[in-house]
Write a protein that binds this ligand. Structure first.
Ligand code: UD1
Ligand code: UDP
Length: 365
C-alpha cells in the first residue's frame, strides 16, 4: 500500500492527479492529512472539487510555530506509519508537513518518494528551503518537475532514484482548469484581461509591519483592478499590525476569502497579469499564459525569469517599482518556443505511477 502525506493547500492540488492515477490502476493507497491547513476554504474545498478521496486520517495538528507543527506532526505520523506499514510514503513539495513526514518516515526505514524534488531558492531564510533540502536527502525516489531541479540535485550529489517526469501541477491544471464558472470574476465585477490576480502570503512578506506597509503603498500605485483572495496568515498579520483598513481602503482592490481551485484558475486564465509571492501561483501563471510579477526575492523558476515571463519586484527599490509598472503595462504575448514543455506535457502523474508500480511491485486492491 502507498501512503500520501499532505497538509497544505498546494499539496492537495498536487495530490489530486497522482491519487487519481493510482486509484485508476487499482492500487491500495491511504491519504493522511496532517491538519496543518484546516479551514474549509483552505482544505475541504480542494478534496470536494478535485474529487480526491476523503483523507483516511486527519492528524489535526493545526497552527503553531515551525517546531510545534513539525514536532506534533512527526509524533502523529509515526503512529499512523506503525498502523499501516506502507510500502512507501509520498511527500509533496516543501512545507512543514513534508519535513515532518520525511523525518518520521526515514526513521521507520520506509522508503520516501518526493514529488517536486530538487527545487532550490538558495536562501535558508526561506523556511521551505530547509524542508526541501532535508526531504530530498532522505528520499529514495525523487520526481523532478524540470531539468533545473535535476541539476540542483546533482550539485548536491543526488543522482540515484532521480526521475524527470514533469510537473504534477500542470497535470492538475490541464485536468481541472475548465471547471471554473466565472463566479469570482462576476462577483467582483471584473472585465476579462483587465485585472490583476494577486496572492500574498509568504512569511518573508508578512512577518514585518514595515514590509506589509511597503506592499500596500505599492498596491496603491497599481493602475489596474486587483482581485485578491486573501490567505488567512496575511489576514491575521494585517489585523495584528492594524493595516487591514489601509488595504481595504484602496478603491481598486477586491478582497475575497480564499477560493477553490477552479475559481482560482478561472480568475487566472482571464487575468491581465498575476502578482504573487507564491511558488505555485507564479508557476501556474505560465500554464495559464499570463505573465507574472513575483514579489519575493527567491530564485524560483529560473527559466521563466530568464525569459522574462516572470519579473521580480523589490518593493524597497523605486527602480524596481518603475520596471514593474512598465512590465504591467505590456500585453502578454505568446509563450516563447524555448519555454514550451519545460514542465512536461501533463502526464507527470502517469509517469510517476509507472515508476512506483515497477519499483514497489504494487498489488491491486
Ligand atoms: C504554509 C507553508 C508554505 C505554503 C503555504 C501554502 C510551511 C512552513 N509553510 O504556509 O510553504 O506556501 O502553507 O498556503 O509549512 N491559518 C488559518 N487557517 C488555516 C491555515 C492557516 O487561519 O486553515 C492561519 C493561522 O493563523 C496560521 C497561519 O495561517 O498560524 C499560517 O499557517 P501555516 O500553515 O503555519 O503557514 P502558511 O502561511 O499557510
Ligand atoms: N490557490 C487556490 N485558491 C486561492 C489561492 C491559491 O486554489 O485562494 C491555489 C493556487 O492556484 C495554487 C495553490 O493554491 O494551485 C498554491 O498555494 P499557495 O499559494 O498557498 O502555496 P505555495 O504554492 O506558495 O506553496
Amino acid at each position: 500500500m502507498i501512503m500520501h502525506i499532505v497538509g497544505n493547500r498546494p499539496q492537495f492540488i498536487k495530490l489530486a492527479p497522482v491519487s487519481k492515477e493510482i486509484r485508476k490502476r487499482g492500487y491500495r493507497q491511504v491519504i493522511i492529512h496532517t491538519g496543518q491547513h484546516y479551514d474549509a476554504n483552505m482544505s475541504d474545498v480542494f478534496f470536494e472539487e478535485l474529487g480526491i478521496a476523503k483523507p483516511d486520517q486527519n492528524l489535526a495538528i493545526g497552527s503553531g510555530t515551525h517546531a510545534e507543527m513539525t514536532g506534533k506532526a512527526m509524533i502523529a505520523i509515526e503512529k499512523v506509519l506503525m498502523e499501516y506499514w506502507p510500502k512507501c510514503v509520498i511527500l509533496y513539495g516543501d512545507t512543514d508537513s513534508t519535513l515532518a513526514g520525511a523525518i518520521a518516515t526515514v526513521k521507520m526505514e520506509i522508503p520516501i518518494v518526493h514529488i517536486e524534488a530538487g527545487i532550490r531558492t538558495n536562501s535558508l531564510k526561506n523556511p521551505e528551503e530547509t524542508n526541501r533540502i532535508v526531504t530530498d536527502h532522505l528520499s529514495q525516489i525523487l520526481f523532478c518537475s524540470d531539468q533545473d531541479s535535476v541539476k540542483n540535485l546533482k550539485m548536491e550529489g543526488i543522482t540515484k532514484g532521480v526521475y524527470h517526469v514533469g510537473d504534477v501541477m500542470y497535470d492538475t491544471f490541464l485536468q481541472y482548469k475548465s471547471l471554473g464558472n466565472g463566479t469570482a470574476q462576476t462577483r467582483s465585477g471584473l472585465e476579462k484581461k483587465e485585472y490583476i490576480l494577486m496572492t500574498w502570503h509568504r512569511k518573508e512578506n508578512t512577518q514585518d509591519k514595515n514590509r506589509m506597509l511597503q506592499i500596500i503603498r505599492f498596491l496603491e500605485k497599481v493602475k489596474y483592478q486587483i482581485v485578491y483572495p486573501m490567505h488567512p496568515r496575511t489576514k491575521a498579520k494585517l489585523i495584528e499590525y492594524n493595516l487591514l483598513g489601509e488595504l481595504e481602503q484602496i478603491p481598486h482592490i477586491h478582497i475575497l476569502p480564499p477560493i477553490g481551485y477552479t475559481e482560482m484558475m478561472d480568475l487566472m486564465v482571464n487575468a491581465h497579469m498575476v502578482l504573487t509571492d507564491s511558488g505555485g501561483v507564479s508557476k501556474e501563471s505560465f500554464f495559464a499564459g499570463v505573465k507574472c510579477v513575483l514579489m519575493v526575492d527567491l530564485d524560483l523558476w529560473p527559466d521563466l525569469i530568464k525569459k522574462h515571463w516572470i519579473i521580480k519586484l523589490d518593493v524597497d527599490s523605486e527602480k524596481s517599482i518603475a520596471q514593474v509598472m512598465d512590465f504591467m503595462s505590456t500585453k502578454t504575448d505568446h509563450i516563447p518556443h524555448s519555454l514550451e514543455g519545460i514542465y512536461g506535457n501533463g502526464i507527470a502523474s502517469v509517469k510517476i505511477a509507472d515508476i512506483l508500480e515497477e519499483q514497489y511491485k504494487l498489488k491491486k486492491e
